[in-house]
Design a protein around this ligand. Structure first.
Ligand code: ADP
Ligand code: ZN
Ligand code: ZN
Length: 717
């Protein structure tokens, strides 16, 4: 038998798979097996992607694998990994790396000596005639309740008890168990479903029983979407199938994971990058073995090795974190569609603010009302024209009211730091990053100005190095400065700040969320982190500062993002009995995204957005592929981009090419961008992506553009 093996190396030029003869001693080898193979004088880890009867390689040159590892992945996942590699212009090795066991299988099962009491042991415990040391008696008493690791009851006691036949020991698997900490995951018992929830669930169940399908659950914030997910998962389990639940960043949505664990207990496995290697391994293995049938995690969990997949839930499907930023730049939402399709499973993507892509392509279920029958909070656009300072008097008054009434508010400003940028009042100098064409942001607590792109930072200047002036102006306000302002103007009201500076890492984020939840009253202030799916019932005011900041982005998705951000923040307000309202500060009160968000009119916004996209030929009516060429001196990046353009124009004459256009310098690299527009679906799309991949490979392999780094982003966000 011949195994076609894809070696796991990072070299882009390598063209696998390569053939190996499988000896009879490696009978268990199949698609998905992991092998150690000889390769050009080295030993490499590889994955079997196909089995064949014969090979084109002459028999005398065929070699055998050195070793077959006792782990691997299901064939279904091998196909999925290779598909991702192809779709996102990456390499097979990188695609396969996504689906392999954590740590490439280098982490093993943890074993420990476990002691169990025997019948004689139980008898001895109740018989005063049997002489037992104090330690031995304690150990036996503990073991009477059930087996325990020897380390917990004392090795010495266990050994002596074993010698007397009072306990037996075994070297057993010990699961490393991740902790799921929920911020106030409220026990939501089995509620009676609303009519809208029932209708959604009925449709999901129909699809289970008719070979799968793809649904968009478009439900207002608080309409009970999570309850529909929970019931859908239960329905999948009843049918003997498994479910994957994708959530945005786990750290920001601990409540969701907690609710699933409450409902399904040990059936739930959780997979995310902050677990220890051992925990991740054990959770992965529980899924692989079918011991756990519900997997919860962020985008990478779409590759979970569940058995007999029946359902993939994508919670908050509009969330940007579903797109991976490193190679392969996959979009977990598309991978989920693909995987569900292949498995005959149901895809259930839910949100209050659907993407145009999902609205256009998926069957839509709607839940317009909040469960409790309360309306969505009124949203008021506050015109900042002519206002100096970061807060409008209306905003200030509303916050003071919240303080008087002892309630809670959430304030969103999508900008970290104290000031956006500094200029010299003497000569106009602006402080910029030496490696990137951007201004440096001031962080007062650290006394530094920093680049948010490359991490460069320097001391806050005391005077201008060009003209010596001591007068340095600070422009704009970020979360750090607003925090100081709120602390002062709302004193002694507590202010909790949530952004990447104030809380980095899962523990710190959870801590801020928990403190805000447990406080009797206060303000939670931060970047878009505060607009995620939190469910704090006593929030009565939501505020968006500088709502235009996301609109100013030169990106066709700027309006979609702004709409989602404002609508999502509005969804955090008025979830309890006291009602709520939302204020949105803006310089352009007639901005379309804001007007629709103020009316909670996602349908109206989407209709206009889809029309506009169709007219301009943007996704979802076209497929975009972005190629960026970067070079550490100006010139070569533009030459490489020009050659790419020529190659693609020749091999895929049907596509539209925009650029090359220069991009701002980043991390010391000059950059040029080429944008490829292809049809959204069908063979032309596939051909266009392939043409881009081949052109990129040719340019990267050629000597002409040595030193130019190319990166490809299919469906850039
Ligand atoms: P969403 O995910 O749409 O924001 P949730 O599922 O979090 O909404 O529901 C909001 C609140 O309503 C939660 O506290 C949940 O426990 C509760 N809830 C959901 N469905 C029902 C129901 N059918 N009856 C009563 N309460 C419900
Ligand atoms: Zn100056
Ligand atoms: Zn920089």
């Amino acid at each position: 038998m011949i195994a076609k093996v894809e070696p796991l190396t990072t070299a882009r030029a390598l063209r696998g798979p390569f053939d190996y003869r499988v000896p009879g001693t490696m009978a268990g080898v199949g698609v998905g097996s992991m092998l150690v193979v000889p390769f050009g004088g080295r030993r490499l880890l590889g994955v079997v992607v196909e089995l064949a009867e014969r090979s084109d390689v002459p028999a005398e040159r065929l070699v055998e694998p050195l070793e077959a590892l006792d782990r691997g992945v299901p064939a279904e996942l091998v196909r999925l990994g290779l598909w991702v590699a192809e779709e996102y212009c990456s390499t097979p090795a990188r695609g396969l790396a996504l689906v392999l066991p954590p740590g490439n299988g280098k982490v093993g099962i943890r074993r420990a000596l476990v002691a169990e009491i025997t019948g004689a042991g139980r008898a001895a415990l109740g018989d005063d005639g049997v002489r037992l040391g104090e330690r031995q008696r304690e150990a036996l008493a503990a073991l009477a309740a059930g087996p325990l690791p020897a380390a917990e009851v004392g090795h010495a006691a266990v050994r002596s008890l074993e010698a007397r036949g009072l306990v037996i020991t075994e070297n057993a698997e010990r699961r490393r168990r991740p902790e799921i900490e929920g911020v106030g995951a409220r026990a939501d018992g089995e509620n009676r479903l609303t009519d809208a929830q029932t209708a959604a669930l009925v449709r999901v169940e129909q699809l289970f029983d008719s070979g799968g399908g793809q649904l968009l659950l478009h439900g207002a914030t608080g309409s009970g979407k999570t309850e529909v997910y929970l019931r859908s998962v239960a329905a999948a389990l009843e049918r003997g199938r498994s479910a994957i639940v994708l959530v945005p960043e786990i750290a920001l949505t601990p409540q969701t994971a907690g609710r699933f664990e409450q409902r399904f207990g040990d059936e739930v496995a959780i997979l995310h990058s902050r677990l220890s290697a051992g925990e991740r391994h054990d959770e992965w293995l529980r899924l692989r073995r079918g011991e756990a049938r519900v997997c919860i995690g962020p985008r990478s969990a779409v590759f979970a090795p569940v058995r007999d997949l029946g359902l993939i839930v994508v919670d908050e499907e509009h969330d940007g974190s579903y797109k991976q930023e490193g190679d392969p730049r996959y979009d977990a939402r598309r991978v989920a569609e693909r995987r569900a399709d292949q498995a005959g499973a149901v895809l259930l993507a839910g949100t209050a603010t659907p993407r145009p892509e999902s609205r256009l392509r998926l069957e839509r279920l709607t839940m317009p009302e909040r469960v409790d029958g309360r309306g969505l909070p009124p949203v008021e656009l506050v015109d900042m024209a002519g206002v100096t300072g970061a807060l409008h008097s209306r905003t200030r008054d509303a916050l003071l009211e919240v303080r008087e009434r002892g309630e809670k508010a959430i304030v969103l400003l999508n900008r970290r730091g104290w000031s956006n940028f500094l200029t010299c009042r003497g000569c106009g100098r602006a402080w910029e990053c030496p490696s990137c064409d951007v201004t440096l942001v001031m962080h007062r607590a650290q006394g530094r100005i920093a680049c948010h792109h490359c991490g460069h930072s320097e001391r806050v200047p005391e005077k201008c190095p060009d003209c010596g002036s001591l007068s340095v102006a600070r422009h704009g306000a970020g979360t750090e400065r607003i925090e100081a302002e709120l602390v002062q103007s709302l004193h002694p009201f507590p202010v909790f700040r949530l952004d990447a500076d104030a809380a980095s890492g899962r523990g710190a984020i959870l801590d801020v969320l928990r403190r805000f939840e447990q406080a009797d009253a206060g303000v939670l202030l931060g970047t878009q982190m505060v607009a995620k799916g939190h469910d704090f019932p006593d929030v009565t005011l939501g505020v968006v500062l500088d709502a235009d900041s996301t609109l100013r982005f030169p990106d066709f998705r700027a309006e979609e993002r702004t709409f989602a951000l404002v609508a999502q923040l509005a969804g955090r307000s008025g979830r309890g009995g006291r009602g709520g309202k939302v204020l949105v500060q803006t310089l352009g009160t007639d901005a379309r995204a804001l007007r629709f968000a103020a009316r909670h009119d996602a349908e109206g916004f989407l209709a206009g957005e889809l029309k506009r996209r169709e007219l301009l030929g943007y996704p979802p009516f076209a497929q975009l592929v972005r190629v960026v060429c970067a070079s550490d001196r100006p010139g070569p990046e533009a030459a490489a981009a020009a050659e790419l353009r020529d190659r693609i124009a020749t091999s895929a004459p049907g596509v539209r090419l925009l650029g090359p256009a220069p991009l701002f310098r980043l991390k010391g690299r000059d950059r040029a961008q080429l944008l490829v527009k292809a049809p959204a679906e069908g063979p032309e799309r596939t051909a266009a992506v392939r043409a881009v991949r081949h052109a990129v490979e040719a340019v990267a392999a050629g000597k002409k553009h040595r030193g130019v780094v190319l990166s490809v982003d299919v469906d850039p966000q």
